[in-house]
Design a protein. Structure first.
Length: 625
């Protein structure tokens, strides 16, 4: 690595640590300031922070690999993540969540189910879920940043003790970066996280633009068109996926056949099914919900969520598209010769391109940008999960009347514990893809059913929520253990066959088990107290099956109105998903020089933006807290 690139990276790290520690004094005023910034941070800063937190290096490496292999259709793989969630939050969920005026997602649950035994059970299980999810995401980041840094940086940090390898080089790099990020996150809470993430977002945007410009200048149209086909750039599909590679590149079609996505119609159908329920379920209790709860008002919560969508996808996919164009031109020919292509080859395309095919200066900025992507996402999770441990478990059940300073010190300890557990899990993960699939399919599968029902059905109670979440988490954990140990099962045995099923196809099983737990837990126990339900409905104003509660409220207050926005909200969500998809496809088509499709994506983006202005934005402007 050139000295200029090393200096750029060192300057970025010093600047980030400096900014994070400099603003940390504001976090010492209390838990509300530590975890929510005192609800004083402007919505556009929170939106930039939220977008920065979603711009992670592990996900970027994964997206580079799937775009390279599957072509333009790969944007639908993102549906396995609940990225539609961002649209549903923008359209109506942000307003519903922010009206609660509390600190964490599990504390919010008490406003829905009450503070009795059933309510506390539901409150506790969502706090546990939040911590488990954060540990899983930290493992995901650990696996991704280690692979990335090892290939990029020239120094071997392998640690050997008594002739045995204690830490591999990628594990050492990951631990070093995680330690640096944890320091300023623990020190300054939400203020440090938002300040550094706004800085990191700027660096990521500059990096994305630079790599896109470099790829556009150095790789010709002829080079690109000699490799990719019309099928590669086509977003339409049949039930069975047809590989878009021809000639000497047909080895990539063989790799597609081994990944479990050959039945593409079934995959998309499953993603649509999962995406709808996961999106209405709302954000998981993590950094995304913390940003919503940190806004000054309901109106600003909606603005922040819409702004997150707007600023995230185009810069991110300019970077991804630029890297893929360079990979198509310089890596594809040599990779196609290999007879043993694997998923691991796709996961290291990003660092290989940066290491070998990006010039001095741009390389340093790009590395700083991707390091920023890791640090911003990681810090967001490190800030959010201790809020659940301290505010929802420690403060509520163990020490309810301590000083603010005491709770902040406990938060510091909780942050380090969560990080350590996530790192331990990362040591045992076999790839970025395995953790991605577990989080998106199994873990979210356990979350969706109960959190979908809590919005729309008045009779759904705390015990239903508890057993729905618990049963889902148990099955999700079993799926993860099976997947991690599939090499140890006897070939042909039932456990071996179950372990071979791709995680996305396990989602319906987990969803049904969780749904069954939700219904049985609800119908076999008393309903939530009517006063709690009336308070929740009057405050949040959701749509769904709330007639008994609405009628009880109407008797007391004639001015109470029913939420009849379901049809308009769903229409806006469909328009929003198309809007979101156009922002992903626009930079992809631009980078591969498919100008007719670039123009079509741009027209769709402008048209859907204008529609949402009248159907969504104008309505948000009229919100009252």
């Amino acid at each position: 690595m050139n000295l200029i690139d090393v200096l750029i990276i060192a300057l970025y790290i010093i600047l980030t640590l400096g900014v994070g520690i400099w603003v940390s004094k504001k976090a010492s005023k209390g838990l509300d300031y530590y975890f929510l910034g005192g609800k004083s941070i402007k919505w556009y800063y929170l939106g930039l922070s939220n977008g920065s937190g979603m711009f992670d290096v592990s996900g970027t490496a994964w997206m580079v690999g799937i775009l390279f292999l599957y072509g333009a259709k790969s944007f639908m793989f993102m549906w396995m993540w609940p990225i539609w969630n961002q649209i549903f939050i923008m359209i109506f969920l942000a307003a519903w969540i922010r009206r609660s005026n509390i600190m964490t997602g599990s504390e919010w649950i008490l406003t829905r189910f009450g503070d009795d035994k059933a309510g506390r059970a539901s409150h506790l299980i969502v706090a546990i879920f939040a911590v488990i999810a954060s540990i899983g995401f930290i493992a995901y980041f650990f696996e991704g940043v280690g692979k990335f840094m090892t290939i990029i940086l020239p120094w071997d940090l392998t640690c050997v003790f008594n002739n045995n390898v204690v830490l591999t080089s990628d594990q050492s790099y990951a631990l070093l970066i995680i330690l640096l990020t944890t320091i300023y996150t623990v020190k300054g809470g939400m203020f440090s996280v938002v300040a550094t993430e706004v800085l990191q977002y700027g660096i990521m945007v500059i990096a994305g633009i630079l790599i896109a410009v470099y790829a556009f200048i150095t790789v010709s149209d002829v080079q690109i068109n000699s490799i990719i086909t019309a099928e590669w750039s086509n977003i339409f599909f049949d039930m069975e996926l047809k590989g878009g590679w021809v000639g000497k590149y047909e080895a990539f079609n063989n790799l597609i056949d081994t990944q479990g996505y050959k039945m593409f119609g079934a995959l998309i159908g499953m993603s649509l099914f999962k995406g709808f329920f996961a999106s209405i379920a709302g954000p998981t209790p993590s950094y995304d919900m913390q940003r919503i709860l940190s806004t000054k008002s309901v109106k600003e919560a909606a603005y922040m969520s819409g702004f997150t969508n707007l600023i995230l996808f185009i810069p991110r996919y300019l970077l991804i598209g630029g890297v893929v164009v360079l990979a198509l031109a310089y890596l594809a020919p040599s990779m196609a010769i290999s007879n043993e292509l694997s998923l691991a080859d796709l996961e290291i395309i990003l660092p290989k391109v940066i290491n070998n095919h990006v010039p001095v200066g741009i390389k340093g900025l790009l590395l700083a940008g991707l390091l920023a992507a890791f640090m911003s996402t990681f810090s967001a999770f490190v800030n959010s999960s201790p809020a659940y441990i301290v505010n929802d478990i420690y403060k509520k059940y163990f020490k309810p009347s301590a000083t603010s300073q005491h709770y902040i010190r406990v938060s510091h300890v909780a942050s380090f514990v969560v990080v350590i557990l996530g790192v331990i899990m990362g040591f045992f993960a076999e790839s970025i893809n395995s953790i991605t699939l577990w989080i998106t399919s199994a873990l979210y599968g356990g979350y969706v059913a109960a959190n979908f029902l809590k919005w729309i059905w008045w009779r759904f109670n705390g015990w239903g929520y508890f057993w729905g979440m618990t049963s889902g988490l148990i099955v999700a954990t079993l799926q993860f253990l099976l997947d991690q140990n599939k090499a140890n099962f006897e070939v042909g045995s039932s456990l071996y066959e179950i372990a071979q099923i791709p995680a996305i196809y396990i989602f319906p099983v987990i969803f049904i088990v969780s749904l069954l737990g939700s219904f049985l837990g609800t119908l076999l126990t008393p309903a939530t107290h009517i006063e709690t339900l009336k308070s929740f409905y009057k405050n949040v104003r959701p749509w769904g099956w709330w007639s008994p509660v609405y009628k009880a409220l109407k008797v007391e207050d004639e001015s109470v109105t029913k939420n009849t926005d379901f049809s308009m909200d769903m229409l806006n969500c469909i328009i929003g998903i198309i809007w979101q998809s156009s922002m992903i496809l626009l930079p992809i088509y631009f980078m591969i020089r498919d100008y007719p499709k670039t123009g079509m994506a741009l027209v769709v983006f402008i048209l859907t933006s204008v529609i949402l202005k009248y159907t969504w934005l104008d309505k948000v402007k009229k919100y009252k807290d």
